[in-house]
Design a protein around this ligand. Structure first.
Ligand SMILES: [Zn+2]
Ligand SMILES: [Zn+2]
Length: 464
C-alpha cells in the first residue's frame, strides 16, 4: 500500500512557516526544537531570506556540517551567505548551554548534489564527505605565519580546524566586497582555527581583492578564471597554486610573447600536470600557440581558443601535438580562417574522430569551399553531440549538403547552423535578415530531418 505523505509534510511546512514569521520566536525556538527539525527549518529560512534566523541557526547548528547544496541564491554573494558567515562560531564559548554548537564545516558552494548535512556514521567522530584534505596543513601554515603560541592542552592534534568552503568571485561590486570583507574579518578573528577553502576562484577585477588573496591558501584551488588582468598578475597568482584542473584566461594584457614574463608564465603553467581544461579567450597568440601548448600535459579534454587570432602555423601544431589528440570539446570560434590550406584542420578532426563531442567554429569566415573540404573528416567524428558553425558565409546548397552528411552521426543532437547568405538583404556584412527566407530554410531543414528519421536532432540558428 502506498503511504500518503502529503498531509504530514504540509503540516510541518505550515508549522515552520508560522515559526519563521516571527524572527525572535524562531530564534528562541532553536534552543528547544529537536535537532532533526533544523534541516527543514534551515531550508525554509534560506528560501524565505530570514537573515537573522540563519545567523542564529549557524551559531547553534547541531550537526558537524552544513551545506547550501542545491539551494539557489539570487545573487552570487547574496546577503544570506554573509548572514551565515556572520554566524560562524570559531571558538565556541565554554559556558554554552546544554546544546553546544557542533558545526565544523560550513559549505556555501552552490550546485552540488550534496545534502544539507552529511549522514552521520558515528556521532563520536563525524565525517563530512566534502571536507578539505588540506585543512590541517593549511591551519599549521597560518599558525606559523602568525606565530600563534599554543599551550600544551591545545596542541594541533586536539584541535580541529573549522572549514569554510566557498567559491569566490571578485567582480568589484559592493555586495561582493561586503561578503568578502566579512570572510576576511572571520579569518582574522579565528587565530588560525578557520580554514578558508576555495576550490573555484574567479577574478573579474583585481581591484580590492589583495586583502583576501594575501590570506587565502591557494593550495585548494582546482579551477581558476581570470579576466582583464596583466600577464604578470596572472603569473604571480599562478606561482602560488599547486595544481589546477581548469584554467580560464580572458582579455589578458601583455607587451610581448618573447620576454621574461611570458617565459615565467609558461614555467608555472607547465607545473599544472593535471590540467584538463584550458580556456584562452581574446588572448592574442598568433604563431605562439605551440610554445604554450607544449608545456601542458597530454590529453587535455577541453580547449577553448575564441578570439585568439590563430594562424595556419598554429593550426599545423594543433594537428600534430599530443596535448590536443584526445579533446572532447574544442572551441575555435571567432578566429578568421581565410587561408588556403585546410589540411591541418582536416588532420585535427581526423585525430579527434573518436573523442570529440562538442565543436564550435562560429564566425570564422568559413566559406562553401572550405566547409566542403573538411566535411568528410567532420562526418567521421562519431561522438559529436553538438556542432556550432553559425555566422559563416555559406550558401543554401552547401548547408543542405552539410546537414545531409551530418545525419549519419547518430550521437549528434544539436546543430547550430549559419543563416545562408541568400537570407541577408543587401550586403552580407550588414547582417539584415529576411525573416521569410529564413523561415523557408528552417522548414526545408526540418523536412530533411523528418525524412531521415532524425527527429532527435535539433537544427537551430541565430543572427550574430
Ligand atoms: Zn558534509
Ligand atoms: Zn581547503
Amino acid at each position: 500500500m502506498k503511504m500518503d505523505r502529503k498531509e504530514p509534510a504540509t503540516l510541518l511546512a505550515l508549522a515552520i512557516q508560522s515559526l519563521l514569521s516571527n524572527d525572535s520566536a524562531a530564534i528562541h525556538a532553536l534552543g528547544e526544537i529537536p535537532r532533526e527539525l533544523f534541516i527543514p527549518l534551515f531550508t525554509a529560512a534560506f528560501k524565505g531570506g530570514h537573515k537573522k534566523t540563519l545567523t542564529e541557526m549557524v551559531k547553534t547548528w547541531p550537526f558537524f556540517c552544513l551545506h547550501i547544496g542545491n539551494l539557489s541564491v539570487q545573487k552570487p554573494h547574496g546577503e544570506l551567505l554573509k548572514a551565515m558567515v556572520d554566524g560562524l562560531q570559531i571558538l565556541p564559548a565554554k559556558n554554552c548551554d546544554s546544546r553546544r554548537p557542533k558545526l565544523r564545516i560550513l559549505d556555501l558552494r552552490q550546485d552540488t548534489d550534496c545534502r544539507t548535512t552529511c549522514p552521520a556514521i558515528s556521532t563520536k567522530s563525524p565525517v563530512c564527505l566534502y571536507s578539505c584534505v588540506n585543512a590541517k596543513q593549511s591551519m599549521l601554515k597560518i599558525e606559523s605565519i602568525n606565530s600563534i603560541v599554543t599551550s600544551e592542552s591545545e596542541t594541533q592534534s586536539s584541535r580541529k580546524a573549522m572549514e569554510l568552503l566557498v567559491d569566490l568571485f571578485f567582480d568589484g561590486t559592493l555586495k561582493e566586497r561586503e561578503f568578502i570583507s566579512s570572510i576576511v574579518n572571520k579569518i582574522k578573528q579565528s587565530l588560525g582555527f578557520l580554514h578558508l577553502c576555495c576550490r573555484d576562484l574567479q577574478i573579474d577585477t583585481f581591484y580590492d581583492c589583495e586583502d583576501i588573496l594575501s590570506i587565502l591558501d591557494l593550495v585548494c584551488i582546482d579551477n581558476l578564471a581570470i579576466e582583464q588582468a596583466s600577464l604578470s598578475e596572472v603569473t604571480t597568482l599562478l606561482s602560488r597554486i599547486v595544481q589546477l584542473d581548469s584554467l580560464s584566461l580572458t582579455k589578458i594584457r601583455f607587451r610581448s610573447l618573447n620576454g621574461d614574463i611570458f617565459r615565467n608564465f609558461l614555467m608555472h603553467l607547465g607545473r599544472m600536470d593535471h590540467l584538463k581544461e584550458l580556456n584562452l579567450s581574446s588572448f592574442c597568440l598568433t604563431n605562439h600557440l605551440e610554445k604554450l601548448l607544449r608545456v601542458l600535459p597530454p590529453d587535455l579534454d577541453f580547449l577553448y581558443l575564441p578570439f585568439c587570432e590563430v594562424s595556419p602555423r598554429d593550426f599545423t601544431f594543433l594537428s600534430q601535438c599530443p596535448q590536443t589528440s584526445h579533446l572532447k570539446v574544442l572551441n575555435l570560434s571567432n578566429n578568421p580562417m581565410y587561408w588556403e590550406d585546410f589540411e591541418p584542420f582536416q588532420t585535427l578532426l581526423e585525430n579527434l574522430s573518436g573523442t570529440l563531442r562538442h565543436l564550435e567554429i562560429n564566425n570564422c569566415l568559413l566559406t562553401d569551399s572550405t566547409m566542403l573540404v573538411f566535411l568528410p573528416a567532420l562526418s567521421h567524428c562519431s561522438k559529436l553531440r553538438l556542432l556550432s558553425f553559425a555566422s559563416n558565409p555559406i550558401t543554401m546548397p552547401t548547408l543542405m549538403t552539410i546537414v545531409q552528411h551530418l545525419m549519419s552521426l547518430m550521437e549528434l543532437k544539436y546543430v547550430i547552423y549559419p543563416i545562408p547568405v541568400h537570407c541577408y538583404e543587401g550586403c552580407y556584412s550588414q547582417r539584415q535578415v529576411d525573416r521569410q527566407k529564413l523561415g523557408e530554410v528552417q522548414t526545408q531543414l526540418k523536412m530533411m530531418l523528418q525524412l531521415a528519421g532524425r527527429d532527435d536532432m535539433r537544427c537551430m540558428t541565430y543572427a550574430w
